[in-house]
Design a protein around this ligand. Structure first.
Ligand code: IMP
Length: 431
């Protein structure tokens, strides 16, 4: 059976969680391949009940699904424990079905301190302040602490002493520094008991699963334009949400991925600092934010709102090798009046048909828009494409044509069933 990558094509918060949640009912394994607890997926479980996940893969609500955290993820052990305790309290069991790669790197309190410190300085990124950047920085600088290192008491303590001396001595008073070091060591002694039974060879588990033709979902966090290589650098996260990194982030080879499903909202949102050429700081933006509940699932920050940017989607489709699109939140646009869709840019006398990478272009380029009259019909109960308002159909058609990928589905409401399936063949293994 196939391995399917599900990822976001914009700046995150595209609604990946709901898609993975509904696809994981028929999957055997769901594995996260990058990011950490900076992510926030809100699942709607029915009867208005919601569940916010940060690090745990979205398959966790189905008892038969095995959930894996791959080597590409950075893990805050204390926060993982809290998330699992919350799940347990809601009757969701994780023992013998949630596994963490020994090769994942660990986020420690000094990473969080450093993230907060950097965010208090000039040139902040608007991070989630979960220690993500500093943890990935240590990984690449070869001074990081892997889960396996965390479990080896002496190695761990030596690494902590070395790293803290390097990073925190300049920004913390000696007493605060010593007490933090003590706290980290004491915490680890206690958290090892929790962590040890969860550690597994994720690569081997998934390799065997695919050999036995099991259905595997590789779950991304954040979005393609937050990718450290392809995003709006430096206003990006410190990992690679793009699809090619999915097999690498769980220890599989490149040929293990059969399908790539790209999730995109039919408008655009972004959290934190950074360029956003189609941003709408006006009444339309505020109305969309309120109607769509566009507030960060992890930090509660109001999301910045803007028009759909098809040049972004076109690039995302290319860099991710997207086979099909899952378009989300069509219902949010209903009753919002006319809206626009960006189909190019004007910059330095030239017309750009691709989303630019230059810092100057991202600040100065002027979007070229196509106008839509909008629609006011309630689309949340529509199950057939033919029953959508003409303007909504036009929007979907233009999105597919411009981006170069057909849509497999369109979501029209919060509940898992509020969706229109456009490509039954593509989704048949999963829904
Ligand atoms: P970091 O990942 O916490 O370092 O934050 C870097 C940037 O990525 C900031 O702009 C964050 O707001 C953004 N970011 C991180 N995680 C998410 C997410 O799950 N959804 C949307 N934006 C995110």
């Amino acid at each position: 059976m196939p391995a399917l990558v599900v990822l976001g094509l914009q700046w995150g918060d595209e609604g990946k969680g709901r898609i993975i949640h509904s696809f994981s009912r028929n999957s055997h394994y769901v594995a996260r391949y990058q990011g950490g607890n900076n992510a926030g997926h809100t699942l709607v479980l029915g009867k208005g009940e919601t569940l916010a996940l940060h690090l745990v893969p979205s398959g966790i609500v189905y008892p038969k699904v095995q959930c894996l955290i791959g080597n590409g993820v950075v893990v805050d052990i204390r926060s993982l424990k809290e998330e699992l305790e919350t799940l347990s309290a809601r009757g969701i069991k994780y023992k013998n079905r949630l596994w963490v790669s020994g090769l994942s790197h660990v986020i420690l309190p000094y990473h969080i301190r450093m993230d907060k410190y950097l965010e208090s300085q000039k040139g902040k990124i608007g991070t989630t302040q979960r220690g993500i950047g500093p943890a990935y920085k240590d990984k690449v600088a070869r001074v990081g602490v892997r889960v396996l290192d965390y479990l080896e008491g002496k190695t761990f303590e030596e690494l902590v002493a070395h790293n803290m001396r390097e990073k925190l001595a300049p920004i913390l008073e000696p007493a605060a520094y010593r007490s933090l070091e003590k706290e980290i060591i004491a915490d680890a002694r206690h958290l090892r008991t929790f962590l040890t039974p969860l550690v597994a060879d994720v690569s081997k588990i998934l390799h065997e699963a695919l050999q036995h033709r099991k259905r595997v979902i590789l779950e991304s966090a954040q979005g393609s334009f937050l990718d450290v290589d392809f995003g709006t650098y430096p206003y990006v996260t410190s990992s690679n949400p793009t699809a090619s990194f999915a097999p690498c982030g769980v220890g599989l080879g490149p040929r293990s991925v059969d399908q790539v499903l790209g999730v995109a909202k039919l408008f655009t949102t972004r959290v934190g600092e950074g360029p956003f050429p189609t941003e709408c700081n006006d009444a339309w933006g505020s109305q969309v934010r309120e109607k769509g509940g566009e507030y960060g699932a992890t930090t509660g920050r109001p999301r910045r709102i803007g028009f759909l940017d098809l040049t972004m989607l076109k690039k995302s489709v290319r860099i991710n090798g997207v086979d099909r699109l899952a378009l989300t939140k069509l219902d949010t646009l209903s009753g919002m009046g006319p809206f626009k869709v960006c189909v190019g840019y004007r910059w330095q006398g030239k017309t750009l048909t691709e989303f630019p990478d230059e810092r100057a272009a991202l600040q100065q380029a002027e979007p070229i828009y196509k106008n839509f009259s909008g629609f006011s019909e309630d689309v949340s109960r529509v199950t057939q494409y033919k029953d959508l308002p003409a303007s909504a159909k036009k929007l979907i058609e233009l999105t597919c044509e411009f981006s170069g990928a057909p849509a497999a589905m369109v979501s029209v409401g919060r509940q898992a069933g509020n969706q229109i399936i456009l490509d039954k063949k593509f989704v048949k293994d999963w829904l």
